[in-house]
Ligand binder design. Sequence first.
Ligand code: FE
Length: 154
Amino acid sequence: MVFSQKLPFDLSQFERVRREEIVNDKIKKTDAEWSSELDPLAYEVLRHKGTERAFTGKYWDCHDLGTYVCAACENQLFSSDTKFESGSGWPSFYEPLSQASVDTELDTSHGMRRTEVRCHRCGGHLGHVFDDGPEPTGQRYCMNSAALKLVPKK
Ligand code: FE
C-alpha cells in the first residue's frame, strides 16, 4: 500500500529550510542607504517612526483597487479590499494581507500605549493598530500613506 510507505524525504528538514527562507527574506540597510533611497517624508515615517499630518497623505481618500506594498521594500502589506473609511485622515485597513506581512510591538512613546505596526521584511514603521475597527476583525490598521505604495489592480 503506497500510503503506508515512508516519504522519500524528511519533512522536518523541509520545514526548517522554509523557515530559514522566511528569516532570510528580511532586508537590512544602513541608515545612510535608507536616507538616500527614500523621499524625506517616507524616510521620516519608516525609519524614525514619524507620522504624516492627517488628511494630507496620498491614500487616506484613495478608493483605487490594488495591493498596498511597503514604500521601502515593496513587501505586500494590505489589499484595497480591506480598506475602510475611518474618518481619521489616514489610510485604514481592517486586516493585513497576511499575518506574515507585518510585525507588531507595544509602543509607549508620547505618553500613550499603542501597538506599533512594522513591515515584516524591512522593519520599517508603518503606523499603529487599534481595536476599534469594523467587522470582520474589529481592528483598525491606521497607516501612513508615506509608508505605502499602491500597486493598482490590472
Ligand atoms: Fe518594508
